[in-house]
Ligand binder design. Structure first.
Ligand SMILES: Cc1ncc(COP(=O)(O)O)c(C=O)c1O
Length: 361
Protein backbone atom coordinates (compact mmCIF):
# COMPACT_ATOMS: atom_id res chain seq x y z
CA UNK A 1 0.00 0.00 0.00
CA UNK A 2 1.29 3.48 -0.76
CA UNK A 3 0.96 6.58 1.37
CA UNK A 4 -2.72 7.51 1.32
CA UNK A 5 -2.31 11.29 1.07
CA UNK A 6 -4.31 12.28 -2.00
CA UNK A 7 -5.62 15.47 -3.55
CA UNK A 8 -8.78 14.49 -5.37
CA UNK A 9 -9.66 17.04 -8.02
CA UNK A 10 -13.17 17.01 -9.47
CA UNK A 11 -13.02 18.42 -12.95
CA UNK A 12 -16.81 18.39 -13.31
CA UNK A 13 -17.07 20.69 -10.27
CA UNK A 14 -14.47 22.97 -11.87
CA UNK A 15 -16.55 23.18 -15.04
CA UNK A 16 -19.70 23.81 -13.02
CA UNK A 17 -17.98 26.68 -11.19
CA UNK A 18 -16.70 28.19 -14.44
CA UNK A 19 -20.21 28.11 -15.90
CA UNK A 20 -21.50 29.77 -12.73
CA UNK A 21 -18.90 32.50 -13.10
CA UNK A 22 -19.74 33.04 -16.71
CA UNK A 23 -23.50 33.08 -16.10
CA UNK A 24 -23.15 35.58 -13.26
CA UNK A 25 -20.75 37.80 -15.14
CA UNK A 26 -22.32 37.58 -18.58
CA UNK A 27 -20.52 37.90 -21.92
CA UNK A 28 -17.12 36.24 -21.65
CA UNK A 29 -14.80 34.95 -18.94
CA UNK A 30 -11.13 33.98 -18.88
CA UNK A 31 -10.49 31.06 -16.52
CA UNK A 32 -7.54 32.04 -14.33
CA UNK A 33 -5.27 28.97 -14.17
CA UNK A 34 -2.02 30.63 -13.07
CA UNK A 35 0.12 29.06 -10.35
CA UNK A 36 -0.68 25.58 -11.60
CA UNK A 37 -4.40 26.38 -11.46
CA UNK A 38 -4.13 27.47 -7.83
CA UNK A 39 -2.42 24.18 -7.06
CA UNK A 40 -4.97 21.97 -8.85
CA UNK A 41 -2.93 21.16 -11.98
CA UNK A 42 -3.03 23.71 -14.81
CA UNK A 43 -2.97 21.29 -17.73
CA UNK A 44 -5.67 19.02 -16.34
CA UNK A 45 -7.85 21.98 -15.38
CA UNK A 46 -7.41 23.79 -18.69
CA UNK A 47 -8.22 20.61 -20.61
CA UNK A 48 -11.35 20.10 -18.55
CA UNK A 49 -12.43 23.68 -19.22
CA UNK A 50 -11.38 23.87 -22.83
CA UNK A 51 -14.80 23.16 -24.31
CA UNK A 52 -16.56 25.79 -22.20
CA UNK A 53 -14.00 28.50 -21.39
CA UNK A 54 -13.55 31.60 -23.53
CA UNK A 55 -9.86 31.51 -22.73
CA UNK A 56 -7.33 31.25 -19.93
CA UNK A 57 -5.20 33.59 -17.89
CA UNK A 58 -1.77 32.70 -16.52
CA UNK A 59 0.95 34.76 -14.85
CA UNK A 60 3.72 34.45 -17.41
CA UNK A 61 4.84 32.91 -20.68
CA UNK A 62 6.26 29.72 -19.11
CA UNK A 63 2.80 28.84 -17.82
CA UNK A 64 1.25 29.64 -21.20
CA UNK A 65 3.74 27.49 -23.10
CA UNK A 66 3.01 24.52 -20.85
CA UNK A 67 -0.66 24.84 -21.83
CA UNK A 68 0.14 25.18 -25.53
CA UNK A 69 2.42 22.12 -25.33
CA UNK A 70 -0.47 20.21 -23.80
CA UNK A 71 -2.62 21.14 -26.79
CA UNK A 72 -4.62 24.07 -25.42
CA UNK A 73 -5.27 26.19 -28.49
CA UNK A 74 -7.65 28.88 -27.21
CA UNK A 75 -6.76 32.39 -26.06
CA UNK A 76 -4.23 32.60 -23.21
CA UNK A 77 -3.56 35.92 -21.50
CA UNK A 78 -0.28 36.69 -19.70
CA UNK A 79 -1.44 38.61 -16.63
CA UNK A 80 2.00 40.05 -15.86
CA UNK A 81 2.77 40.51 -19.53
CA UNK A 82 6.28 39.93 -20.79
CA UNK A 83 9.41 40.32 -18.66
CA UNK A 84 11.77 40.96 -21.59
CA UNK A 85 11.12 42.29 -25.09
CA UNK A 86 12.56 39.05 -26.48
CA UNK A 87 9.39 37.22 -25.37
CA UNK A 88 7.34 39.14 -27.93
CA UNK A 89 8.39 36.88 -30.80
CA UNK A 90 7.11 33.84 -28.88
CA UNK A 91 3.94 35.71 -27.97
CA UNK A 92 3.34 36.20 -31.71
CA UNK A 93 4.37 32.67 -32.55
CA UNK A 94 2.14 31.05 -29.92
CA UNK A 95 -0.71 33.48 -30.48
CA UNK A 96 -0.79 34.64 -26.85
CA UNK A 97 -2.43 37.75 -25.43
CA UNK A 98 -0.36 39.98 -23.21
CA UNK A 99 -1.05 42.52 -20.51
CA UNK A 100 0.89 45.75 -20.86
CA UNK A 101 1.07 47.31 -17.42
CA UNK A 102 4.25 49.42 -17.44
CA UNK A 103 5.77 52.14 -19.63
CA UNK A 104 8.84 49.99 -20.40
CA UNK A 105 6.58 47.26 -21.82
CA UNK A 106 4.73 49.83 -23.92
CA UNK A 107 7.99 51.22 -25.30
CA UNK A 108 9.36 47.75 -26.01
CA UNK A 109 6.19 46.74 -27.85
CA UNK A 110 6.10 49.95 -29.89
CA UNK A 111 9.78 49.58 -30.79
CA UNK A 112 9.49 45.94 -31.89
CA UNK A 113 9.01 44.69 -35.40
CA UNK A 114 6.51 41.88 -35.02
CA UNK A 115 5.54 39.43 -37.76
CA UNK A 116 1.87 39.73 -36.80
CA UNK A 117 -0.05 42.18 -34.60
CA UNK A 118 -1.02 40.96 -31.12
CA UNK A 119 -3.87 41.41 -28.65
CA UNK A 120 -2.96 43.66 -25.75
CA UNK A 121 -4.75 44.05 -22.44
CA UNK A 122 -3.83 47.53 -21.29
CA UNK A 123 -3.89 47.68 -17.52
CA UNK A 124 -4.78 50.72 -15.47
CA UNK A 125 -3.80 51.28 -11.87
CA UNK A 126 -7.18 52.53 -10.70
CA UNK A 127 -6.22 52.37 -7.03
CA UNK A 128 -4.50 49.11 -6.18
CA UNK A 129 -1.08 50.69 -6.71
CA UNK A 130 0.63 47.48 -7.68
CA UNK A 131 0.87 47.30 -11.47
CA UNK A 132 -0.87 49.26 -14.22
CA UNK A 133 -0.63 52.64 -15.87
CA UNK A 134 -1.35 55.69 -13.84
CA UNK A 135 -4.73 57.11 -14.98
CA UNK A 136 -2.95 60.27 -16.11
CA UNK A 137 -0.87 58.23 -18.60
CA UNK A 138 -3.49 55.68 -19.60
CA UNK A 139 -5.18 57.43 -22.50
CA UNK A 140 -1.89 58.29 -24.15
CA UNK A 141 -0.75 54.68 -23.79
CA UNK A 142 -4.01 53.58 -25.39
CA UNK A 143 -3.56 55.99 -28.29
CA UNK A 144 0.03 54.85 -28.89
CA UNK A 145 -1.04 51.22 -28.92
CA UNK A 146 -3.99 51.97 -31.22
CA UNK A 147 -1.66 53.58 -33.71
CA UNK A 148 0.86 50.73 -33.63
CA UNK A 149 0.98 48.14 -36.44
CA UNK A 150 2.04 45.65 -33.72
CA UNK A 151 -1.37 45.76 -32.07
CA UNK A 152 -4.47 43.97 -33.33
CA UNK A 153 -6.90 44.55 -30.47
CA UNK A 154 -6.84 46.35 -27.13
CA UNK A 155 -8.80 45.34 -24.04
CA UNK A 156 -8.90 47.84 -21.18
CA UNK A 157 -8.44 46.27 -17.76
CA UNK A 158 -8.00 47.03 -14.11
CA UNK A 159 -7.91 44.96 -10.92
CA UNK A 160 -9.60 45.50 -7.57
CA UNK A 161 -7.68 45.65 -4.33
CA UNK A 162 -10.61 45.24 -1.95
CA UNK A 163 -13.49 43.61 -3.82
CA UNK A 164 -13.56 40.79 -1.24
CA UNK A 165 -14.46 43.27 1.51
CA UNK A 166 -18.25 43.38 1.52
CA UNK A 167 -18.64 46.92 2.73
CA UNK A 168 -15.61 48.54 1.16
CA UNK A 169 -16.01 51.84 -0.66
CA UNK A 170 -12.77 51.18 -2.53
CA UNK A 171 -14.14 49.10 -5.44
CA UNK A 172 -16.62 51.87 -6.26
CA UNK A 173 -13.84 54.45 -6.16
CA UNK A 174 -11.71 52.30 -8.47
CA UNK A 175 -14.69 51.92 -10.83
CA UNK A 176 -15.22 55.68 -10.88
CA UNK A 177 -11.58 56.34 -11.73
CA UNK A 178 -11.66 53.68 -14.44
CA UNK A 179 -14.89 55.03 -15.96
CA UNK A 180 -13.74 58.63 -15.94
CA UNK A 181 -10.38 57.74 -17.48
CA UNK A 182 -11.75 55.53 -20.24
CA UNK A 183 -14.80 57.61 -21.15
CA UNK A 184 -15.31 57.70 -24.89
CA UNK A 185 -12.80 54.90 -25.65
CA UNK A 186 -14.46 52.19 -27.72
CA UNK A 187 -12.76 49.02 -26.52
CA UNK A 188 -13.72 45.89 -24.58
CA UNK A 189 -13.25 46.09 -20.81
CA UNK A 190 -12.27 43.58 -18.11
CA UNK A 191 -12.59 44.39 -14.42
CA UNK A 192 -13.90 41.58 -12.24
CA UNK A 193 -12.08 38.86 -10.40
CA UNK A 194 -14.13 36.31 -8.41
CA UNK A 195 -15.14 38.78 -5.73
CA UNK A 196 -16.24 41.24 -8.40
CA UNK A 197 -18.27 38.55 -10.14
CA UNK A 198 -19.91 37.31 -6.95
CA UNK A 199 -20.49 40.53 -5.11
CA UNK A 200 -20.21 43.58 -7.36
CA UNK A 201 -22.50 43.33 -10.41
CA UNK A 202 -21.58 46.86 -11.49
CA UNK A 203 -18.10 45.56 -12.32
CA UNK A 204 -19.40 43.07 -14.91
CA UNK A 205 -18.21 44.41 -18.26
CA UNK A 206 -17.28 42.30 -21.33
CA UNK A 207 -14.61 40.01 -19.84
CA UNK A 208 -14.57 38.47 -16.33
CA UNK A 209 -11.41 36.96 -14.85
CA UNK A 210 -12.59 34.37 -12.30
CA UNK A 211 -9.85 32.59 -10.34
CA UNK A 212 -10.52 31.31 -6.84
CA UNK A 213 -14.25 30.76 -7.45
CA UNK A 214 -13.42 28.23 -10.17
CA UNK A 215 -11.91 26.09 -7.43
CA UNK A 216 -15.07 26.31 -5.33
CA UNK A 217 -14.04 29.04 -2.91
CA UNK A 218 -16.32 32.03 -2.35
CA UNK A 219 -14.09 34.87 -1.15
CA UNK A 220 -17.02 36.26 0.85
CA UNK A 221 -17.50 33.07 2.89
CA UNK A 222 -17.73 33.81 6.57
CA UNK A 223 -18.05 37.56 6.03
CA UNK A 224 -21.16 39.62 6.72
CA UNK A 225 -21.93 40.93 3.27
CA UNK A 226 -24.13 44.00 3.04
CA UNK A 227 -24.61 43.59 -0.68
CA UNK A 228 -26.05 40.47 -2.23
CA UNK A 229 -23.43 37.79 -2.77
CA UNK A 230 -24.30 35.04 -5.19
CA UNK A 231 -22.79 31.79 -6.32
CA UNK A 232 -23.46 28.08 -6.09
CA UNK A 233 -19.90 26.82 -6.00
CA UNK A 234 -18.67 23.27 -5.53
CA UNK A 235 -15.36 22.46 -3.83
CA UNK A 236 -12.98 21.10 -6.44
CA UNK A 237 -10.17 19.68 -4.30
CA UNK A 238 -10.61 17.13 -1.54
CA UNK A 239 -7.37 16.75 0.38
CA UNK A 240 -7.58 13.30 1.90
CA UNK A 241 -5.55 10.86 3.87
CA UNK A 242 -6.09 8.06 6.36
CA UNK A 243 -5.57 7.20 10.00
CA UNK A 244 -2.29 5.25 10.19
CA UNK A 245 -2.01 4.79 13.97
CA UNK A 246 -4.31 5.05 16.98
CA UNK A 247 -3.45 5.36 20.65
CA UNK A 248 -5.32 6.12 23.83
CA UNK A 249 -3.86 8.53 26.33
CA UNK A 250 -4.78 9.52 29.87
CA UNK A 251 -5.75 13.02 31.00
CA UNK A 252 -2.63 15.13 31.46
CA UNK A 253 -0.67 13.36 28.67
CA UNK A 254 0.68 15.53 25.84
CA UNK A 255 0.54 14.84 22.08
CA UNK A 256 3.22 15.59 19.50
CA UNK A 257 6.05 18.11 19.23
CA UNK A 258 6.29 20.58 22.07
CA UNK A 259 3.45 18.85 23.92
CA UNK A 260 1.31 21.58 22.41
CA UNK A 261 -1.86 19.64 23.23
CA UNK A 262 -2.49 18.09 26.64
CA UNK A 263 -5.47 15.75 27.05
CA UNK A 264 -8.09 16.92 29.54
CA UNK A 265 -9.98 13.60 29.37
CA UNK A 266 -9.18 10.04 28.30
CA UNK A 267 -8.44 10.67 24.64
CA UNK A 268 -8.19 8.50 21.53
CA UNK A 269 -5.62 10.01 19.25
CA UNK A 270 -5.64 9.26 15.52
CA UNK A 271 -2.44 9.82 13.59
CA UNK A 272 -3.04 10.95 10.00
CA UNK A 273 -0.53 10.73 7.14
CA UNK A 274 -0.55 14.38 6.14
CA UNK A 275 1.72 17.16 7.30
CA UNK A 276 3.15 20.49 6.35
CA UNK A 277 5.32 18.86 3.68
CA UNK A 278 2.05 18.00 1.93
CA UNK A 279 0.90 21.60 2.22
CA UNK A 280 -1.25 21.34 5.33
CA UNK A 281 -0.51 24.54 7.27
CA UNK A 282 1.73 23.91 10.26
CA UNK A 283 0.24 26.87 12.03
CA UNK A 284 -3.31 25.40 12.05
CA UNK A 285 -4.28 25.31 15.73
CA UNK A 286 -5.86 22.62 17.88
CA UNK A 287 -9.56 22.71 17.08
CA UNK A 288 -9.17 23.11 13.31
CA UNK A 289 -11.94 20.95 11.80
CA UNK A 290 -11.06 17.63 10.20
CA UNK A 291 -13.55 15.01 8.98
CA UNK A 292 -12.96 11.35 9.79
CA UNK A 293 -15.21 8.92 7.93
CA UNK A 294 -17.42 11.91 7.16
CA UNK A 295 -17.74 12.99 10.83
CA UNK A 296 -16.38 16.29 11.98
CA UNK A 297 -13.72 16.24 14.65
CA UNK A 298 -10.69 18.38 15.40
CA UNK A 299 -6.99 18.61 14.87
CA UNK A 300 -5.06 18.27 18.14
CA UNK A 301 -1.44 19.20 18.79
CA UNK A 302 1.17 20.50 16.44
CA UNK A 303 1.18 19.58 12.75
CA UNK A 304 4.45 17.85 11.88
CA UNK A 305 6.14 17.36 8.51
CA UNK A 306 4.48 14.09 7.52
CA UNK A 307 1.75 13.59 10.11
CA UNK A 308 -0.89 15.32 12.12
CA UNK A 309 -3.05 14.15 14.99
CA UNK A 310 -6.80 14.21 15.39
CA UNK A 311 -9.22 13.58 18.23
CA UNK A 312 -11.09 10.29 17.78
CA UNK A 313 -12.52 10.17 21.31
CA UNK A 314 -16.10 10.85 20.19
CA UNK A 315 -15.81 8.72 17.04
CA UNK A 316 -15.59 5.18 18.45
CA UNK A 317 -16.13 3.56 15.05
CA UNK A 318 -13.15 5.39 13.56
CA UNK A 319 -9.79 3.69 13.61
CA UNK A 320 -6.91 2.42 11.53
CA UNK A 321 -7.57 3.09 7.85
CA UNK A 322 -10.40 5.56 8.44
CA UNK A 323 -10.67 8.11 5.66
CA UNK A 324 -9.70 11.61 6.69
CA UNK A 325 -10.72 14.75 4.85
CA UNK A 326 -8.41 17.68 5.60
CA UNK A 327 -10.51 19.94 3.39
CA UNK A 328 -13.15 19.47 0.74
CA UNK A 329 -16.92 18.91 0.92
CA UNK A 330 -17.19 18.64 4.71
CA UNK A 331 -14.36 20.94 5.81
CA UNK A 332 -14.25 24.18 3.80
CA UNK A 333 -10.70 25.00 2.76
CA UNK A 334 -11.33 28.64 3.63
CA UNK A 335 -12.12 27.61 7.22
CA UNK A 336 -8.79 25.81 7.57
CA UNK A 337 -7.05 28.78 5.96
CA UNK A 338 -8.77 31.26 8.25
CA UNK A 339 -7.76 29.34 11.37
CA UNK A 340 -4.20 29.20 10.02
CA UNK A 341 -4.19 32.98 9.55
CA UNK A 342 -4.15 32.84 5.77
CA UNK A 343 -6.45 32.53 2.77
CA UNK A 344 -7.59 29.53 0.78
CA UNK A 345 -5.56 30.73 -2.21
CA UNK A 346 -2.31 30.19 -0.35
CA UNK A 347 -2.98 26.76 1.05
CA UNK A 348 -4.41 25.45 -2.21
CA UNK A 349 -1.32 26.66 -4.10
CA UNK A 350 0.90 24.94 -1.54
CA UNK A 351 -0.40 21.38 -1.88
CA UNK A 352 2.51 19.14 -2.83
CA UNK A 353 3.83 15.60 -2.45
CA UNK A 354 0.24 14.37 -2.21
CA UNK A 355 -0.80 12.13 -5.07
CA UNK A 356 -3.19 13.88 -7.44
CA UNK A 357 -6.25 12.01 -8.61
CA UNK A 358 -8.55 13.52 -11.22
CA UNK A 359 -12.16 12.56 -11.81
CA UNK A 360 -14.69 13.88 -14.30
CA UNK A 361 -18.34 12.85 -14.20
C1 LIG B 1 -5.16 40.46 -12.73
C2 LIG B 1 -5.91 39.35 -12.09
N1 LIG B 1 -7.13 39.06 -12.51
C3 LIG B 1 -7.86 38.07 -11.95
C4 LIG B 1 -7.35 37.32 -10.91
C5 LIG B 1 -8.20 36.24 -10.29
O1 LIG B 1 -8.54 36.64 -8.98
P1 LIG B 1 -9.43 35.70 -8.04
O2 LIG B 1 -8.67 34.46 -7.84
O3 LIG B 1 -9.57 36.48 -6.77
O4 LIG B 1 -10.71 35.51 -8.76
C6 LIG B 1 -6.08 37.60 -10.43
C7 LIG B 1 -5.54 36.83 -9.31
O5 LIG B 1 -4.70 37.20 -8.58
C8 LIG B 1 -5.33 38.64 -11.04
O6 LIG B 1 -4.10 38.94 -10.63
Amino acid sequence: MSRPTTARVRLDALRHNYLQAKALHGERALAVVKANAYGHGAVQCAKALETVADGFAVAAIEEALALRTAGINGPILLLEGFFEASELAEIVDQDLWTVVHHPWQLEALLASKLDKPITVWLKMDSGMHRVGFDPAMFRQAYEQLSASPNVRQIVLMSHFARADEPNAAHPKQQMEIFRATTEGIEAPVSLSNSAGILGWPSTHVNWGRPGIMLYGVNPFDGLEASQEVTGDLRPVMQLESAVIAVRSIAPGEPVGYGGAFVADRPTRVGVVACGYADGYPRIAPTGTPVAVDGQLTRLIGRVSMDMLTVDLTDLPAAGLGSRVELWGDTVPVSRVAGLAGTIAYEILCNVKRARFHYSDN
